[in-house]
Ligand binder design. Structure first.
Ligand code: DX5
Ligand code: ZN
Length: 213
């Protein structure tokens, strides 16, 4: 299982050393949450921040776009150094076009589902994406409680993947900690995102290891 710490809960005033600590702690990716104050009720960072992280990080950057009209932001975030760009199913009627755009840039593409959105809505897209990101909290903030019925969605996505011989990875984001990581792994998760669990711990390495079980 890959671990992608979410910088949302990191200390932004000391971001360089926060990045160093998760890299030394054994993280696999760096998850960056992009929020526009429109699709979700919070505002975070844009391409300039991603570019600054890219300058200091050696791990691939896993961008989670919680923005309306994601189409406008694919090239700016690609230029800033994204290795993975995930957009929301609920954010645009033009998912196929935007996924094609991300794929054409030669980076990994992902589709994310809010807790209320069924996996069925991705039927015609699953063969085109590298990642399906299941939100296990309502997007917008770190530190929320895990919504346990999302495990059913993860299991279904894992079944579809096996039945249809597809190779997308399943990523889960929100309320992940060492108590639910094992169950998520058995349900089929390949990438665990964790923000507050890692950054509120005294030892990031220990926290990351505890997620791997
Ligand atoms: C929430 C973000 C998450 C968030 C997770 O909208 O997408 O990536 O940082 O934070 P925790 O792990 O604290 O739930
Ligand atoms: Zn996220």
């Amino acid at each position: 299982m890959l671990i992608s710490p979410s910088l949302l809960s990191a200390d932004f005033s000391d971001i360089k050393s926060e990045i160093k600590k998760i890299e030394l702690g054994g993280a696999d990716l760096i998850h960056i949450d992009i929020m526009d104050g429109h699709f979700v009720p919070n505002l975070t960072v844009g391409p300039d921040f991603v570019r600054a992280v890219k300058k200091t990080a050696s791990l691939p950057l896993d961008l989670h776009l919680m923005v309306t009209d994601p189409e406008k932001w694919i090239v700016p975030f690609y230029d800033a150094g994204a290795s993975y760009i995930t957009i929301h199913q609920e954010a645009t009627p033009h998912l196929d076009r935007i996924i094609e755009k991300i794929n054409s840039l030669g980076i990994k593409s992902g589709l994310s589902l809010c807790p209320a959105t069924a996996e069925k809505s991705l039927e015609y897209l699953l063969e085109k994406v590298d990642i399906v990101l299941v939100m296990s909290v309502n997007p917008g903030f770190g530190g929320q409680k895990f919504i346990s019925n999302q495990i059913k969605k993860i299991r279904r996505l894992d079944e579809i993947r096996k039945k249809s011989r597809l190779s997308y990875m399943i990523e889960v984001d929100g309320g992940v900690n060492c108590s639910n990581a094992g169950e998520l792994n058995s349900a089929g998760v390949d990438i665990l995102v964790a923000g507050s669990f890692i950054f509120s711990s005294d030892d990031y390495k220990e926290a990351i290891e505890s997620l791997r079980g």
